[in-house]
Design a protein around this ligand. Structure first.
Ligand SMILES: Cc1cc2nc3c(=O)[nH]c(=O)nc-3n(C[C@H](O)[C@H](O)[C@H](O)COP(=O)(O)OP(=O)(O)OC[C@H]3O[C@@H](n4cnc5c(N)ncnc54)[C@H](O)[C@@H]3O)c2cc1C
Length: 346
């Protein structure tokens, strides 16, 4: 059976995971990235809002990221991690094809899934005619006839938000949203049209979104549809370690809670990117990967320093005998030896 040990095993090779892998490899850590190859933004033609990479295809961005990671000596394998368990030396990760890998620390950067409403034709347009985030797609659909699909309590907010990008916004209540008096006032004040009734289909001609049809039959011409998705952290691996997801305060989905440095409630297990921050964009996920990897490196250094101290002063250990002998040989020599403490680590 293929069992290999690393300082850090990273599960998920998107922006968060690859950024973390670069930082950790540059810190001379042995790193394995396990990736199933399905980044969240795969349906989009380009990444926007990532300084110096504007419009680059999501696949190309990750391909460049992979090359950078590999150039620093990390290993990347394709596969799906299905569970993990704690061992005496850290964690063991088990893949769907039964391969196993061990890491002293785990970093989970598996992202999230966007749950879409079950409306005919909607899934086919996802990431092109159907969008969710004005900062990712707003510029591309500026000034167009934009529909906003009612999916929950945030839909009125989404309509008001997209109003920044176009004067022609229609909110489709979709038998799901009931604006409050105050919200009706806001929608009216911003000239946002409101259409009652359940949406039956998202219509397209030659793959280009053209409109919406309600269940009662009427159709509306729109050029883009904004949809608030149900964002669910891809958390199965973390759940196998005893963690569970929390409801997001805005009611938009579920995420894995971490502290500000990316540490989860399970010691030695970290998370970054969309799995723990549903709102993270690509550059934010990448930045979280960097920050969390610095925390992981500090954690490993602390452990290695403790090992070194224990090795030097522990009763009758080879390391403590060597240390005593060094001290006896002279202070200056001892100082030189002590500067190489990491070699004492078990
Ligand atoms: C349609 C669309 C367009 C978007 N456009 C933009 C944009 O223009 N600009 C922007 O900043 N943001 C955009 N986003 C948001 C962007 O997708 C996320 O911010 C970003 O992908 C988060 O990075 P991540 O590394 O956390 O997760 P991801 O990029 O989703 O990467 C997670 C990786 O983990 C892998 N994985 C998951 N589970 C496992 C497992 N069990 N084992 C192994 N591997 C696993 C996945 O295959 C994937 O490769 C868009 C999102 C969507 C849906």
């Amino acid at each position: 059976m293929d069992i290999t040990r690393y300082d850090v095993v990273i599960i998920g090779g998107g922006a968060a995971g690859l950024s973390a892998a670069t930082t950790l490899s540059r810190a001379l850590r042995s790193v394995l990235v396990i990736d199933s190859g399905a980044p969240r933004n795969a349906p989009a033609t380009g990444v926007h809002g990532y300084l110096s990479r504007d419009g680059m295809s999501p696949r190309e961005l990750l391909s460049i990221g992979r090359s950078e990671v590999l150039s620093y000596g990390a290993k990347i394998i394709d596969g799906e991690a299905v569970s993990a368990r704690r061992t005496t030396e850290g964690f063991e990760v088990i893949l769907g094809d039964a391969r196993r890998f061990s890491g002293r620390r785990l970093l989970v950067t598996t992202g999230l899934t966007d749950g879409l409403p079950p409306i005919d034709g909607l899934q086919e347009q996802w990431g092109r005619g159907v969008v969710h985030c004005p900062y990712c797609h707003g510029w591309e659909i500026r000034g167009k006839r934009i529909g906003v699909l009612g999916t929950g309590p945030m839909s009125v907010h989404q309509a008001l938000l997209f109003r920044q990008w176009s004067p022609d916004i229609t909110l489709f209540l979709n038998d799901t949203v009931e604006p409050t008096e105050e919200e009706w006032d806001k929608l009216s004040a911003r000239s946002i049209k409101v259409v009652d009734g359940a949406v039956a289909s998202v219509d397209a001609v030659n793959g280009v979104l053209t409109g919406l049809t309600l269940r009662q039959g009427s159709s509306f011409d729109i050029q883009a549809l904004a949809v608030g998705t149900r964002m669910e952290a891809r958390s199965a691996l973390l759940e196998s370690l005893g963690l569970s997801t929390q409801v997001h305060p805005m009611g938009v989905g579920r995420f894995i809670e971490t502290d500000a440095t990316g540490a989860t409630a399970v010691q030695g297990v970290y998370a970054a990117g969309n799995v723990s921050n549903l709102m993270a964009q690509v550059i934010t996920a990448a930045a979280e990967g960097v920050m969390t990897s610095a925390r992981i490196n500090a954690d490993l250094i602390e452990e290695e320093t403790r090992w070194a101290v224990e090795g030097r002063f522990g009763p009758f250990s080879a390391a403590s005998e060597a240390a005593v002998s060094t001290i006896v040989q002279g202070l200056a020599h001892h100082r030189r030896r002590a500067s190489g403490v990491s070699s004492w680590a078990p």
